[in-house]
Every structure is written in C-alpha cells, then in structure tokens.
Design a protein around this ligand. Structure first.
Ligand code: PCA
Length: 219
C-alpha cells in the first residue's frame, strides 16, 4: 500500500507548525495486523504551503503521480484540545487572516462546479476511537473551518470524486505543540511525539479500512 501524508508549513506568525513536525517524524513504513494478515504501507510525505489553491494543487499533483491508497492531510488548529479527524470539507472560503501569500478570500465558493460539501472517506469515527484507546485526547470534528485546511480537504475530496481516483482521503487537525504555548496560560497543547503516535494509530485504522474496501471490490 501507498500512503500520501501531508503537513502544512507554519502560518499566522508562528515559527513552527506541529502538523509538519509530526508528519516529518513519522516512519517511512507502517505495518499492521488485520485478521492475521500483515498489511504494509510506504509513506510519502509532502510539505504544503499555507496558500489557497496552491497548497491543494501541490498535494493533488502528488496524488495523481503516486496513485496512493490513502491520503491523510494534517494541519494545526490552535486552541483545540485534542487531535480531530475532520468529517467534512465545505465549498466555502472565508479567511480571517491572510494566507502565506497575502490572499484573503472572503465569503466565496472554492469550486463553482463542486458540491456544497464532501464527506471525508477515511473512517473518522474509528480513527477517533483508536486515539481514545491509546489514551490520546481526540474526537471527530464537524468543521475544518473556512481557511486553507478546509480548502485542502475540500479540493482533495472534490478531485478524488471528479477524477474517480480510488484512494480514501481526509484531514486531521492537531493542537498547538507544547513549545508554542509556553507562557500562555490556559491554551491547550500536546507533545509532538504524542501527535506522531496518534497519527500512526489513525493511519493503521485507515490501512485496515482500505484493505477491507479493496477486498470487497474484488468479490
Ligand atoms: N492550519 C490552518 C491552515 C494551515 C494549518 O496548519 C487551517 O486550519 O486552516
């Protein structure tokens, strides 16, 4: 199996993005046991600029070239307490701050010819359950916001659908890393190593889902 996993660059005045740091620390291969069968995946990591359209275009180029089985995109949602697999990408942009090229689209659709929303095709509920089982704070989120992360999630799902690419795909937000909140009273954060563990837990669930789906298509 092949997995494309992406992490966003720092934005909004931060000097680091825990999403990118966690993605970089992931191993290059993952294995998981599924009903006595050993599943194996190679990870392809992509660093993504926080720029409307440009960030998604880079990810989609990789997806078209690599033809992965799974696409997991990761971004930072400062202020959230846990790791949150996103349920839905919406056809809407409304930037409260500028992206890294100064774009601030307001109150606009992402794709004129796209559906209003697409649901992630990753098993988000099982991903949240896997986090809980490992003692990591996390839950399903029903809004990826209206900034570049939602743009990427929406464009990924739009493209998988329109181009009939058989990968399953979705997005996960991680909280601030501990080092970003030093001296900031009451702002939740998490060690990057915990995020890495959480991403691995969730990717394994995705691998099992993908193998099940491929199996049922064959039958
Ligand atoms: N988080 C932002 C964009 C990049 C990132 O890591 C967001 O939630 O839209």
């Amino acid at each position: 199996m092949k997995i494309v996993v992406t992490g966003f660059q720092p934005f909004g005045g931060e000097t680091m993005n825990p999403a990118l740091e966690a993605v970089k620390r992931l191993p290059d291969q993952l294995t998981v046991d599924s009903d006595g069968k050993k599943l194996q995946a190679d990870l392809i990591k992509v660093e993504v600029p926080v720029v409307f359209y440009e960030g998604p275009a880079l990810v989609l180029d990789t997806v078209r070239r690599q033809r992965p089985d799974i696409v997991l995109c990761v971004g930072q949602a400062g202020g959230r307490k846990g790791i949150t697999p996103e349920f839905v990408g919406i056809n809407y942009m409304d930037a409260r701050i500028a992206d890294n090229k100064g774009n601030t689209p307001q109150d606009q659709p992402i794709r004129e010819d796209g559906d209003k929303a697409y649901f992630a095709t990753l098993p988000v509920k099982q991903m949240a359950a896997a986090l809980k089982e490992d003692g990591i704070e996390g839950s399903v989120s029903y809004s990826a916001g209206t900034f570049v992360c939602n743009d990427l999630l929406y464009e990924l799902l739009y493209t998988l659908d329109k181009e009939q690419i058989p990968a399953i795909g979705g997005f996960v937000h991680v909280p601030f890393a501990d080092q970003q909140t030093e001296g900031k009273e009451g702002v939740p954060s998490m060690p990057i190593d915990t995020m890495v563990r959480g991403l691995m837990d969730m990717l394994k669930v995705c691998m099992i889902r993908r193998a099940d789906r491929t199996e049922s298509v064959k039958e």
